[in-house]
Ligand binder design. Structure first.
Ligand SMILES: *Cc1c(COP(=O)(O)O)cnc(C)c1O
Length: 319
């Protein structure tokens, strides 16, 4: 994960902020955060609960920003606790401004624009009134958006640029901009923005981008070895053509988070609840730890043609 964080920084040419929401994609937010400490400039979490939990683990020095928007009361609490809140309403903006005025120095806030389903930001008609209000408040704004489907990027980028122009014209202090998660960063390379928000890319998903190491290793103990020609069937999916002399049965299945849709790829013949059948050229003995995934695996290739998103894969294996 450390090496991957470094690769993203080189690829984008700007600081990487690690996205450790959903308890670090199921692998422990603090554990992931510690793994990339020193390689990233800060951490994104979803909400206040996640922010406080990570703070307890990491201490006050680690910069933590929120992806979800907060109401006025929570915004002030988050600022007082040293977090960077995400502000999406005039009420919360006014609360942040009042807090900053009392304190005598500007409040650092994030403002998301051009929302997509699943996260909060300013809708287009709200941009101008929000910018005018922000210009009168002692706030420093990190403007951000989250590009979604590639077909929409051009339109989303145009809306973002227009909002940025509105904020600049009204006199808001813009301290930075960011638009990219892993997929966008992979495609665009050098970022013209202030930072990139990398979550899944720390685990090794690269979407055709820089060379990375898969951060997850799966060693599954072999429980049985069978000559491929001798078994009635290698699973529950009927007659599978098996082009290997041996089948290894390993103790790892979909109850462990190995997605069923991997069956038929990567020499995996079938996947059951607790056991998986793997095509082998040689008969390992029972107890041998068969390595299904490690640092030499390419996450893009492993999931190719499976319809499994790397996020779903990584979060599932977090179990
Ligand atoms: C989850 C999330 C990210 C990280 O996305 P990855 O594809 O895991 O890099 C970035 N930005 C926002 C707003 C997110 O919700």
């Amino acid at each position: 994960m450390r090496a991957n964080a470094r690769r993203w920084r080189e690829h984008a040419g700007v600081p990487v902020w690690a996205v450790v929401k959903a308890d670090g994609y199921g692998w422990g937010a603090a554990r992931v955060a510690r793994a990339v400490l020193g390689e990233v400039a800060g951490y994104f979490v979803a909400d206040a609960d996640e922010a406080r939990e990570l703070r307890r683990e990491l201490g006050a020095a680690a910069p933590i920003a929120l992806l979800a928007a907060s109401g006025p009361g929570e915004t002030v609490t988050l600022l007082a606790e040293g977090f960077t809140p995400n502000v999406a309403s005039l009420d919360s903006l006014a609360a942040a401004g009042a807090w900053a005025r009392e304190r005598g120095s500007p409040a650092r806030i994030r403002v998301g624009i051009v929302p997509a389903a699943g996260w909060s930001g300013l809708l287009a008609p709200a941009v101008e009134p929000f910018a005018q209000a922000a210009a009168g408040e002692p706030v420093e704004v990190q403007l951000w958006t989250h590009l979604t489907a590639p077909e929409m990027w051009e339109r989303q980028r145009a809306s973002f640029a227009s909002a940025q122009e509105t904020f600049a014209r009204t006199g808001v202090r813009i301290s930075g901009t960011d638009v990219a998660g892993t997929l966008v960063s992979a495609r665009e390379g050098r970022s013209g923005h202030s930072l990139v928000r990398i979550g899944i890319g720390l685990f090794g998903a690269r979407f055709g981008g820089p060379r990375l190491q898969c951060a997850i290793r799966i060693d599954a103990p072999v429980t049985d070895v069978l000559p491929a020609g001798a078994v009635a069937s290698a699973g529950y999916r009927g007659a599978e053509p098996i082009d290997a002399p041996w089948l290894a049965v390993v103790r790892c299945g979909y109850s462990d988070g190995l997605p069923l849709r991997l069956a038929g790829t990567n020499k995996i013949v079938s996947i059951g609840m607790q056991y998986t059948v793997v095509a082998r050229s040689a008969p390992e003995s029972a107890g041998y730890a068969l390595r299904l995934l490690d640092t030499t695996s390419d996450v893009d290739e492993v999931l190719e043609n499976t319809g499994i998103s790397p996020h779903e894969f990584v979060v599932g294996l977090g179990r």
